[in-house]
Structure formats: structure tokens, C-alpha cells
Design a protein around this ligand. Sequence first.
Ligand code: BGP
Length: 472
Amino acid sequence: MQMQFPKDFLWGGATAANQYEGGWDEGGRGPSIDDVFTGGSVNTARRITIPPEADAFYPNHEATDFYHHWKEDIALFAEMGFKVYRMSISWSRIFPNGDDAQPNEEGLAFYDAVFDELAKYGIEPLVTLSHYENPLHLTTEYGGWKNRALIDHFVRYADTVLRRYRGKVRRWLTFNEINMLSVPFGSFIAGGMLPETCTAQDRWDAMHNQLVASARAVRLAHEIDPENQMGCMIAYMCVYPRTCSPEDQLTQLSVDRLHNLLAGDVHVRGAYPSYAERLLAEEGVTLKVSEQDAADLRAGTVDFYTFSYYDSRCVGTAQEGDPSTGNGALGGLRNPYLQATEWGWQIDPKGLRWVLNHLYDRYQIPLMVVENGLGAMDEVAPDGRIHDPYRIDYLRQHIESMREAITDGVDLIGYTPWGCIDLVSASTGEMRKRYGMIYVDKHDDGTGDLSRHRKDSFYWYQKVIATNGSDL
Ligand code: BGP
């Protein structure tokens, strides 16, 4: 038995302003935390420099310049056949400092034009309110998301854009990969807190504040337009027990709950799960939930659940000679059954079927894979084209796995592979780690004319969408 993709399946692609939009000091935009983040290299973290250094290169200042190429890029997305386009609004383009009295009209008008252009092609926007980006002022003046003051600032920003784009945008995600705050990697990128002074308690306080802010935004969105569909976004870092020892099963259970499930449980169920207190205590963290917070969380549960899926890893007892994975966010052990990318991310399409089933068993609400893809170093071949069979292979196998999950009975409503057009890497700040089906001529030393080129995967994905996933 083999089911097909539902006929209204949302095929598309995903980007985010912090890595794609550029125009960092144009149109009245204020600086964001990404504007003080320089590039790293393979598996080395990016560097934070406040204020920006005059001679350092900040990859996202221009990024791949959606700000000046949006018409051309949307036309290319339409050519691929996108039904949906996941993007984010840059908060500091709307409120340059995050706590301003009035929004920046030029910023609001920019996204109006983008949404109108998408509508022209019948592409539905899926908008992330906060994708790894805060106005920098909220870090320098407030210390980032551990400060509860950010809840009100975020809700005001959400209120502004929800009202402005009412009817133009119907599907929203609140915080990108909110659960990255469960690991030190998320301190700055997800929480706007300087890593050297950020404690585990700060990170979990920040996550709590974002969960409350998210719930309040969800409730507001439903009030503003009952047709709004509100989703959460979780980085699902699939984990397996390294061996069949009972200890390894329990380690897997704890890691899965702490890093993957906890935040989503709050988003979907409107309350912290019963396992939270003990698990957090083991991290040295105390959960503080006021009565008002509890009421807010209950009143703002999400309509659908979205996640990113790139790889999997093992946890538990290391075996002789086991290397750890090169993916710094969660660490973990190598799985001897899997190949890894150049950046140590283990390629595991079957794991996606496992995760989809795991999540649907748990929540029974519509699911969407809003990030997935292969970061690779693409070359322009002597024939002037970009041949990326490795990316086609990766995507094909993950789409097959999604079809298996649909056959298993999972309500999967859409798929937006990450970085459908080349953009800056979040973890390393590199340009050479490319995900796109559209190549952008831009390099780590800042050179390149930003011209766009269709890769082989562009034509392949176009065919996948045209046949609703039946010709892979
Ligand atoms: C996710 C982020 C994205 C993105 C992607 C790929 O965690 O939501 O912003 O960049 O990972 O990661 P990277 O760019 O580090 O390869």
C-alpha cells in the first residue's frame, strides 16, 4: 500500500531574513543581533563583536540580498511551482530598536510589496515572526530574552504585523527553533544573550519567556482574524540510543524530552509536561511559572506543529572508537549506519519517517516539515551550470520518507526545504555551505555579483511539484 501526497499539499521552500534579506542599514531598519555576528568556518562558532568592527566582514549585512532581488527571486520560486513560501519578517525593520513607540512605515511597506508579489503568483506566505533575530538594542539594553520585558515588546510587534497583514498572511510561526535555547548554542542566536555570561537558568528562563510571548501572540492572532493558523517551530534533533542497554534507552528518553519535546509539548498542550520539573532540576534549572503565565500558555495553543529536520545522532554509552558528531548544537555520537555531510551532519531520511510518526502519535495535529536540506559546497561546472546530484538524492530520499509517513497515517500538510535559494549559514556564517536550488554568486570573502542561477535541483524540484511528488 502506498499513499500519494494529498492534492492540496503545500510544496515550497524556506528562507529567513537574518540570513537572506540583507539591506541591514536601509529603509529605516535598526541593527539586529546578526549584524554583530561575523562568519566562522567549518565547525567553528561565529564571533560576536559589539559594535561591529570596521574591517570585519559581516555575512548577513548584505546576505544574498533579497532586499533588492525580491521580485526576481519570487518569480523564480513561482517558476519552480511553489505553493507556499516560508520567510521571516525582520523585527528590527519594523521596530528598529524593539521598544520604539511607533513602527517604521518603510519596513511595513516593504513586506506589503513582498506579500502582494507572492499573491500575484498564487504563492501563500508562511511567516516566521522571529527567526534567530532580535533588535540589537534588546540585547544591549535589556540583556536579551531572559528579561521578561521582551515579552511585551514582542507581543506589540506581533500585534502590529498581524493587523497590518491581516488577510494577506494566514499562516504564521512564532519563534524559529525555540528549543535551541535548551543548548548553549542558542544563547545568542535564539535568545540574544551573550554566551560568556549566559547560564542554563538564563536559557530556560528565556525559553519560558518566549513560550509565554508565543502563546500571547497566538491568542491575539486568533482574535484579530479567526482564520489565522498559528504554528510552533521546533528543531527536531532526532536521537537514537547508541546500544540496546536499558541505560541508553533512558538516556535517549531524557535527551529527546529535554531538547526536542518539551517546548513543543508546551506549545501544543498549553502547559509544561509532568516530566519537566525533574529533568530541568537535573540541569540545575528551576521552573518559575506564575498563575498568569499558566493562563496565557493555556489560552494560546498552536493550530499546527512545524519542525526542521536535518540529521540524527546517537546518545548513551560510547562504543570503542566511536567519534562524536561534528554538529555542535547537540553533540552526540556517530551512528555507524549513516553517512555524514562535510559538516558532520548525519544523513538519515528514515529518521524523518520516525520523527513524523513520533510527533503525530503524540499530538494528532497537522504537521509540516519547514526546514530540511543538504548543506554542500557547490561548484559552477565548466559548462556554466551547477550540477548537484547529491542534493537531489538527499531531497528525494526525504520526500520518499514523508510519503511513507503519510501512508502510515500522519497528517503532513507541507514541505519547505531550507535555503531554497543560497543564503548565509546560521551556525557558521559561511556562504560556501549552500542549500539552494538557486545558486547565488556570493562568496565568503564578500565577492560575487549576486546573480541568480538555476541548479540541476531547481528543474528536479519543479518536476516533483508539478507531479505532486509522484515523479521523484
Ligand atoms: C536551522 C535554522 C536555519 C538554518 C538551518 C541550517 O537550524 O533554523 O536558520 O540556517 O538550520 O543550518 P546551517 O545554516 O547552520 O547549516
